[in-house]
Design a protein around this ligand. Structure first.
Ligand SMILES: [Zn+2]
Ligand SMILES: [Zn+2]
Length: 386
């Protein structure tokens, strides 16, 4: 994946100019930056212990694995694109969970110009969790790109989505461009988990979906966010169980259906100090997301969908709740764009946050400063009005 342009390349000076010549550009010296970072003794120590961990646990990427194409909320940023999670079931099949704006470009960046078409061809199903733009604005583009591939015979992608998304696709097909031959729609409701009976809703369509995707189980779960918001669980034929929350405020929606799953990918839009804002916008805080994973006994909880406030690093070390410390240390992973994880490297991924905390130390201190300022302001206001 080397030499693929990505959003980590910044043009600082000149700001706007066409036909920029390399000679006029100032390039950062990688060697000098590395040297400067390694002068920080604590960072060096944490990095060394992380390297030892990697060496002692040096397995290859296995299937199933997950590629994070977008881990930010709301709108695309330089470090985090909007939601897009590619679950590679095996070397031939993938399922995409949400498809925010530019998911297609993120696939080019990750797989490279020579390989992205094959990666798109492997996508058998796309799940869209809800109608908010940061979860589906890239869908039409991906369907159109999929249609350009000349599979023989052509396999339409299953689109598992709320009715609102399916009507939008119909509208687009009728009024703008023909895309309906590129997908086969299945409403989330058709494969939803029945919370009353605590059973999966059976249907012929679902049986066909499972057979074609070659997976053991797939079920959507209504979650509290906006109208028709769903999470999803899927179980592979090798017995690995995934859960994905979509956007959701803290709830027990996954308690029955995702119990003891191997990995839950949960949104963690806001830091704990913004819990009121999270509740108002029906999102989860970082601690709430971790609590969901711990409550259902998830082997690993992977946090994603961060507010662009935390684009560089989620402030996980600012969590006050000591009862979460053990779980966080070994079982919580912070997702970044282009991170690829499988069950053979999840333990390493969980430890990666420690060297990263020091690498982004200044950023975390800045966040801590903002939190303190906000808390002081709240205190002053409450004193004023009490
Ligand atoms: Zn969102
Ligand atoms: Zn949303």
């Amino acid at each position: 994946m080397e030499n693929v342009p990505n959003l980590f390349t910044y043009q600082i000076r000149p700001r706007r100019k066409f036909e920029i010549l390399d000679a006029n550009c100032c390039w950062l010296d990688d060697g000098k930056i590395h040297q400067e970072i390694l002068e920080h003794q604590e960072f060096k120590d944490r990095l060394d212990s992380y390297k030892i961990l990697i060496k002692s646990n040096n397995q290859q990427m296995s299937y199933p694995n997950v590629v994070f194409l977008g881990t930010g909320s709301s709108s695309p940023g330089k470090q985090r694109n909007t939601s897009g999670i590619l679950v590679n079931l095996n070397s031939e099949r993938s399922i995409l969970l949400d498809c925010g704006e530019s998911t297609f470009l993120q696939m080019i960046r990750f797989f490279g110009h020579d390989h992205y078409r094959q990666a798109i061809g492997r996508i058998d199903a796309i799940f869209i969790s809800h109608y908010h733009a940061d979860h589906h604005f890239g869908l039409v583009k991906l369907i159109k790109e999929r249609l350009k591939l000349s599979d023989q015979p052509f396999k339409p992608i299953w689109i598992i989505a709320p009715y609102s998304i399916l009507s939008f696709l119909d509208y687009f097909d009728t009024n703008f461009e023909k895309i309906s031959n590129g997908y086969r729609a299945i409403p989330c409701e058709t494969i939803s988990f029945d919370k009353m009976t605590k059973k999966m809703n059976p249907s012929e369509e679902k049986e066909e979906l499972l057979r074609q995707l070659d997976i053991e189980e797939m079920a959507t779960v209504l979650v509290p966010h906006c109208f028709e918001s769903y999470g999803i669980i899927l179980k592979t034929i090798c017995g690995k169980k995934f859960a994905y929350s979509g956007d959701s405020m803290y709830s027990d929606s996954f308690d029955d259906v995702a119990k003891d799953c191997d990995m839950i990918i949960h949104e963690a839009t806001m830091n704990d100090d913004l819990w009121q804002e999270a509740e108002y916008k029906r999102h989860s805080t970082i601690s709430q997301a971790i609590n969901v994973g711990r409550q259902i006994g998830a082997r690993y909880t992977v946090l994603t969908h961060f507010s662009q406030r935390y684009a560089k690093m989620a402030p996980i070390n600012l969590i006050d709740d000591q009862s979460l410390a053990n779980y966080i240390e070994k079982q919580v992973v912070i997702a970044f764009d282009f991170m690829q994880i499988s069950f053979t490297n999840l333990a390493r991924a969980a430890r990666l946050k420690y060297p990263l905390e020091l690498l982004f130390d200044e950023e975390i201190q800045r966040m801590q400063h903002v939190i303190t300022k906000r808390n002081n302001k709240r205190k002053l206001l409450s004193e004023e009005f009490s």
